[in-house]
Design a protein around this ligand. Structure first.
Ligand SMILES: Nc1ncnc2c1ncn2[C@@H]1O[C@H](COP(=O)(O)OP(=O)(O)OP(=O)(O)O)[C@@H](O)[C@H]1O
Length: 506
């Protein structure tokens, strides 16, 4: 990494060039300065370096430092040299397509973009085409029409729902352009090389939080400006050879599906609806019977019970990707999934969660599966079996403290690469849904005696949206897309402390 090192009065300021946002000549008439030295100079010249300042809790903001001298030529040489260094940062976007959902969260998307993000993009000389959505799916439909190759990235301003819409538009567009049928659950999908940036402005900003470490529009804008890139696994969800949805965070049946279904009826309550519906669903304590079949993810070195979490530059994600690529080369056109073992579990569940990432959020900073990886080609399948209300509460509380939420006899967790579910209700109705479980194995994990299970089906909550079908087939696509992010930085406390020390010296 190249460093700018300017010595002033025997004190140093270190800013990595990768974290410089912009360099500009300073108008000294406008600059408010208290330093006596400025005034003593006959005709001072100056330039300002705008750079990323790292604070606590993964927060970034834009800081600046002004350097001055009497020699105009020297000053211009510095500006020129620094601008040339910035030109070498090839991963930085120059042209972005921005979608704003004006109705997401507290309806602040447009204001957040105009006041906090647009000035930073302009400072960093990024051109933008801004599109304010007028209806749901507007951004998705538009992504099938625009000249996408013109852009270095797509930015969505909104919540997880808005991100999901943009992701569906972009992945769908890539498959359409490559002639790939999304309805085929086994089709190898084409990777999306156009990065997506998330400016959080919704009620739930879990994807931003899990990939950046904080839901903060300025931090996200700065990750976009410096050109960060974080690959992300995406799971496809199918029913009967029909494509339903893609998911990157939570696919939840039972508890999380019921909360979503109930909260949809109470949209008028705003973000509070999730608390209300959460409490109501907890009290109702419904469990659902069904059959789960899954293929364990053998290619990855990690396990859901690992103590270490996925962090910036994660070696497990890198190795898993290599491993999968090698497997694919060996198998050629054959689907390696067909050859691999399926495990089958039947039972009664309060919650069935499949997560592609930790699903961390401010309320649960470690998330539903703290050791889940962003880009290792696997998902964590969490099964919460029928238990007492008190035990379920103990399980939920552990998402908010340091205790292990998987350390209960009624909770099982598996790292999987594909997964299927059929509800008991559908099995009994002899649905024509493919049931790999029935076809391949008769192995039952644990069976419970008949009890007060809910005879109706629950609903799948797919990244905050309901799915129409309860019988689904899920497959993880390793690193299908990329975000303008770098994952969660390990030593953010230390980095911010070191940087403040430097700041004090300036
Ligand atoms: N102009 C619009 N009018 C109505 N709906 C829109 C508009 N633009 C986008 N949407 C839809 O609004 C949904 C929710 O958006 P978003 O995620 O930004 O907000 P949110 O408050 O976090 O919502 P939620 O928490 O319910 O997902 C998205 O699924 C998106 O498709």
């Amino acid at each position: 990494m190249r460093r700018l090192d300017v010595t002033r009065e025997r004190k140093n300021c270190f800013v990595p060039t990768s974290e410089i946002i912009a360099v500009e000549e300073t108008d000294l008439n406008k600059k408010q300065h208290n330093s006596g030295k400025w005034q003593k100079m006959a005709k001072p010249h100056a330039f300002t370096v705008y750079y990323v300042k790292k604070a606590r809790n993964h927060r970034w903001w834009c800081s600046d430092v002004t350097f001055w001298c009497v020699d105009e030529q020297l000053c211009n040489q510095w500006i020129q040299a620094l601008k040339e260094l910035l030109e070498l940062q090839k991963a930085r976007p120059k042209q972005l397509l921005v979608y704003i959902n004006p109705y997401g969260g507290k309806r602040q998307g447009k204001r957040i973009y105009e006041q906090k993000v647009a000035p930073l993009f302009s400072l960093a000389s990024i051109s933008t085409d801004v599109f304010i959505t007028e209806r749901a799916n507007h951004a998705k439909d538009n992504l099938f029409e625009v000249n996408i190759n013109k852009y270095d990235g797509v930015v969505c301003v909104g919540g997880d729902g808005m991100f999901s819409e943009v992701m569906h538009g972009l992945i769908g567009r890539m498959q359409k352009d490559s002639g790939i049928d999304q309805n085929n659950p086994k089709a190898p999908l084409v990777q999306c090389n156009i990065r997506i940036g998330i400016i959080p402005a919704g009620s739930t900003d879990c994807i931003c939080y899990s990939t950046v470490g904080i839901s903060d529009p300025v931090t996200s804008a700065l990750h976009i400006i410096v050109g960060d890139s974080q690959p992300l696994d995406v799971s496809s969800v199918h029913h009967n050879n029909t494509f339903l949805k893609y998911t990157v965070s939570l696919l939840g049946y039972g508890f999380y599906g019921d909360i979503l279904k109930d909260s949809e009826k109470k949209r008028w309550m705003g973000p509070m609806r999730y608390d209300y519906s959460g409490f109501k669903t907890f009290l109702s304590h419904h469990c659902y019977e069904g059959t789960i079949s899954f293929q364990p993810a053998k290619h990855t070195l990690g396990s859901p019970r690992d103590k270490d979490s996925c962090r910036t530059g994660c070696h497990i994600c890198r190795q898993s990707e290599q491993q999968l690529a090698e497997q694919r080369k060996k198998c050629g056109l054959k689907h390696e999934e067909d050859e691999e073992e399926w495990k089958v579990i039947k039972g009664k569940f309060l919650a069935i969660n499949v997560v592609n990432m930790s699903c961390a959020c401010p309320r649960s900073p470690k998330g539903l599966s703290p050791a889940a990886h962003l880009a290792d080609g696997s998902a964590d399948l969490i099964l919460v079996r029928k238990c007492s209300r008190f035990d379920f509460l103990r399980y939920l509380v552990r998402h908010t403290n340091q205790d292990d939420q998987f350390d209960f006899s009624f909770v099982d967790v598996y790292r999987v690469k594909s997964f299927q579910f059929t509800s008991k209700l559908l099995e009994d109705n002899e649905s024509d849904v493919t049931d790999i479980g029935k076809k391949h194995f008769g192995q039952f994990c644990r069976d419970h005696p008949a009890c007060c299970c809910n005879i109706a089906n629950s609903t799948w909550n797919c990244d905050g949206e309901t799915l129409d079908s309860s019988a689904i087939e899920v497959r993880v696509h390793c690193q299908l897309m990329k975000l303008f992010a770098r994952g969660i930085e390990e030593n953010c406390k230390e980095a911010s402390r070191n940087q403040s020390r430097v700041e004090q010296l300036l």
